[in-house]
Design a protein. Structure first.
Ligand code: NDP
Length: 478
């Protein structure tokens, strides 16, 4: 019998009846877990516990907070193999990708164990004689974290580690598609000695996320997911003036110029567009290629794409795992139809695959000869699909990269310092890569985008302090 997952409220595991199942997308006969779906009461209990726990956690010494985070990070790293396996089984990314994500989560906790000791304010001379002025960074209170299925441990880690580091208490609502990793993370947090009520987990559907966003005692919300849901979370949060951070994906351009290293460009496009089955918000889903290299680039990339081995996420020979769900598979296939109807030419892949075991398998697809205004170039597919646009020169490439409503990550493949520098300064994106894939980022630097990709302060690294603390300015005279 698959395990029944529980909520974690005020330091206790609270079971509720099974209302849904999480499935292995590589073999849908394999039920990973049975899960409760909160009707709102677990959210209320979690927020209540987090509210009670906040004053003591906010006042805890920096070393207490740092040590707990450090223990969490160490345990995650020590368990990278079994957690990586669990992740690949539940989400569908390959085992090396699953283990890599777990390592990233462990490193994030280690990083914020250090950041906990680095909380700084400033002292300034007042304009008034005899008066001192200073600023302090203070925690916000209860922070609600709503996370998606595509990075089921890294995203909970990169939201909860900084929240806890700076003295906030947390209610985490992971995606109902991949709750097992959030439960594993919570077990590790519990065993690391986190005081009760500081970290709470509610397993639920979108309705639980909605209840969290609307709860009057949640001081701030950090959300990653689709634009449509992000907009709903935003209206609930803004209506009650809660602090808000949204990360909602992209349509990330990789510009390939005539003067680039062709092999490297092909490898970056392959990695950026297709690994993790294209289910990364930073995926290189638009390949913008200048005319002089277009034929050679598309031919070389199509050959590599066609050779990718699609299969069970846990099989050692697999390079591309399944999509995460039936909905993701349907959406990917629907966009392939749309692209074909709009005139895109399929150069590789794009087929639903029937393997020995039932799963959500689609062969990675390369669509060439697309136009910028096609839906395949404007809307996020979130699957193993890349569309190629032919442009005349660098200027047209930059304009194409800047088209559309997203602005998360952008890349350029070139040997020209002039173009690389100009692109870095002029592309409208929160992250820019030169001779690198658009996906694949460090954890100690800011993450986030412009326009419809992100809203609010940047996530991660040294920038996280801006979202998870508020500044108090003090004046004193004696
Ligand atoms: P959603 O935006 O629906 O889900 C993200 C999170 O929000 C999940 O925890 C979800 O819960 C929760 N949620 C759902 N409805 C509400 C609500 N009304 N109020 C508050 N929280 C809610 O994304 P999906 O998982 O459904 O994916 C749909 C599409 O979103 C993908 O195809 C992809 O394009 C995009 N996406 C982008 C991501 C990114 O990193 N930018 C990540 C994931 C998805 P639950 O899952 O339990 O319903």
């Amino acid at each position: 019998m698959p395990p029944l997952l529980s909520h974690y409220l005020d330091g206790q595991w609270e079971s509720a009846g099974a209302a849904a199942e999480s499935l292995n997308p590589s073999d849908t006969r394999d039920i990973v877990a049975r899960i409760p779906l909160d009707d709102g009461s677990a959210v209320a209990a979690a927020v209540h516990a987090a509210t009670k726990a906040f004053p003591a956690w906010a006042d805890a010494s920096l070393e207490v907070r740092s040590d707990v985070l450090d223990r969490v990070g160490s345990t995650i790293l020590a368990r990278k193999e079994d957690l990586g396996r669990m992740l690949s089984r539940e989400e569908g990314k390959t085992l090396p990708e699953g283990i890599g994500e777990v390592i990233r989560a462990g490193r994030i906790f280690k990083f914020f164990a250090g950041e906990a000791l680095r909380r700084t304010g400033v002292t300034v001379d007042s304009t008034r004689a005899g008066v001192d002025a200073a600023t302090y960074r203070e925690p916000l209170g209860v922070v609600g974290l709503i996370t998606p299925w595509n990075f089921p441990i890294a995203i909970p880690a990169w939201k909860s580690a900084p929240a806890l580091c700076f003295g906030n208490t947390v209610v985490l609502k992971p995606s109902e598609l991949t709750p097992a990793l959030a439960v594993a993370l919570t077990e590790i947090v519990h065993e690391a000695g986190m005081p009760k009520g500081v970290f709470n987990l509610v397993i639920g559907s979108g309705a639980a996320g909605g209840a969290l966003a609307a709860h009057a005692d949640v001081a701030a919300l950090s959300f990653t997911g689709s634009q449509a849901t992000g907009a709903r979370v935003a209206s609930a949060a803004i209506a009650r003036q809660a602090r808000l951070q949204l990360e909602m994906g992209g349509k990330n351009p990789l510009v390939v110029l005539d003067d680039c290293d062709l092999d490297r460009a092909v490898q970056c496009a392959l990695d950026g567009a297709f690994f993790a089955t294209g289910q990364r918000c930073t995926a290189s889903s638009r390949l913008i290629v200048t005319a002089g290299i277009y034929e050679r680039f598309t031919a070389a990339l199509a050959a590599k794409v066609a050779a990718l081995r699609v299969g069970d996420a846990l099989a050692p020979e697999t390079q591309i795992g399944p999509l995460a769900s039936q909905a993701q598979m349907d959406k990917t296939l629907a966009y392939l139809d749309i692209a074909a109807r709009e005139g895109g030419v399929r150069r590789a892949g794009g087929e639903a695959l029937s393997l020995a075991q039932p799963g959500y398998y689609v062969s990675p697809a390369l669509i060439v000869d697309t136009q910028l205004d096609m839906r395949i170039n404007r809307e996020e597919v979130f699957g193993p699909v890349a569309a190629v646009v032919r442009v005349r020169d660098y200027d047209e490439a930059l304009a194409a990269a800047n088209a559309g409503e997203f602005g998360l990550s952008a890349g350029i493949m070139t040997s020209s310092l002039k173009y690389a520098r100009h692109f870095t300064r002029n592309v409208r994106a929160g992250m820019v890569m030169t001779n690198l894939a658009t996906a694949g980022v460090d954890y100690h630097v800011p993450f986030g985008g412009t326009r419809k990709s992100s809203y609010g302060a940047r996530e991660q690294g040294f920038a996280a302090v801006d979202f998870y603390t508020q500044i108090k300015t003090s004046y004193s005279w004696a």
